[in-house]
Each structure stands twice: as C-alpha cells, then as structure tokens.
Design a binder for this molecule. Sequence first.
Ligand code: PLP
Length: 242
Amino acid sequence: MTDSDSDFGSDARRDELTAHLDLVRRRIAAACAEAGRDAGEVQLVVVTKYFPASDVRLLAGLGVTDVGENRHQEAEAKAAECADLGLRWHFIGGLQSNKAGAVASYADVVESVDRAKLVGPLSRGAHGRGHEVDVLLQVSLDPPGADHRSGVDSAGLAELAAKVEEAGMLRLRGLMAVAPLGEQPEAAFDRLAGIRSSFVSDHPGATVLSAGMSGDLEAAITRGATHVRVGSAVLGPRPAVQ
Ligand SMILES: *Cc1c(COP(=O)(O)O)cnc(C)c1O
C-alpha cells in the first residue's frame, strides 16, 4: 500500500464513522425527545471491541469521549496506544478476579462488577494507579434458572453495593444491564427500571444506568438509561473472532 492509498482508506473510514455516528446521535436525540428527556442526559459509549486503535483515534476526532471494551488484553493494549486522546475507558465484559486489578489500572469505569470477589482486586488496582475507579454493578435480567447468566440477581445487589462502598478506592456510580436474548427488550428494561428505582433510593449517588445497545437503545432511553453502549451501529459488523 502506498501512502496515498492508506490516506484514502482512512478518509473513507472517517466518512463512514461520521455518517454512522450522526445516525446514532439522531436516534438518541429522537428517543430523548420522545421520552421528554434532555439529549444531554444520555452519554454515548462507543463499543470498539474487535476494532483497531486507528478507529478509536478517528472516533476521538469526531467528538467521541467514552469507549467500551470487553476483553482485558485487547482493552489494555488499545488504552495504552490511545493514551494521548484523553478518552474515558469503560470495561463492559466478563471479568476474572485475577485480571480485575489490571483492568482497574486503565479502565475509568468498570461496568461489569457482578460479584464480591472482584471488589478487593479492583480496589487494589485503583490504589496502585493512585485514583478512584467508577464502578457499575451488572444486574441480571435473565429469568431465574436461565443458562449463561451474567450479572448479579437483584436480590444480591444490596450486599454487593455495600462491599463496593466499603472498598476504599471504588466509587459506586450505578447499574448496568444487558437485555436477555429471546425477550422483548421493553419488558426487560421495564424490570430494570423498577430495580433501579429502589436501588437509587438506597444509594442516592448511584444514578448511572447503562443500558441499551445498537438494537435496543430507544427502549432503554425511554426507561431511564443514562448511558448507551453502542458498537455495531457505529463501527459496522464486528469481524469474526480474532
Ligand atoms: C458488544 C457489547 C455492546 C455493543 O453491542 P452492539 O449490539 O454492537 O451495539 C454493548 N454492551 C455489551 C456488554 C457488549 O458486550
């Protein structure tokens, strides 16, 4: 590839990302208008998993401030490569306790905290880095007894929240959830809104609600999401497993 080829490639990619971002921002604004909410109440987190750091750089140039990643090694490498961009990095994936400390060394927000075992390592990682890390508790919306559950049951939220609050270096900011497959997202996000309302009355500072992805962001915004995590609607279809 010559230099001009690669400039062309990057210009074409920038145009594509610009168009996709514009569409997603319009969807968010329309959903907010429909719900009688201010568009400024909903933060777009662009999920860049499987896409290269060059895309993250283009997105930052287009005004994206928050990016999400779900695999530790990939996230760590990209965060290091993009350290000059001043982005907020959200870790949104399943977390192993032996990796949690390392994740807290680059993630600004860990959205997928779903068990007490993660709290100690996260807090130690934040301490090693020298500042607090924001935490969301991932709450399960799966029916009881479902396979492949991710997230804590709503019944276990209070205890997990207390653990996070006791840990010195973590700030409990709110909840995160993914609508289960095989159910209308509206129904799942209705349940989430109920869980969130009682959670916030116990934890008035933890008002973040991260819910909604490319396919269901409108349903989530209508039900109170403050953060939407959007991947494919911005970046295009994800490449097959790397
Ligand atoms: C991949 C991912 C997303 C983004 O999904 P899209 O459908 O591509 O928008 C959001 N949240 C989590 C937890 C993810 O793993």
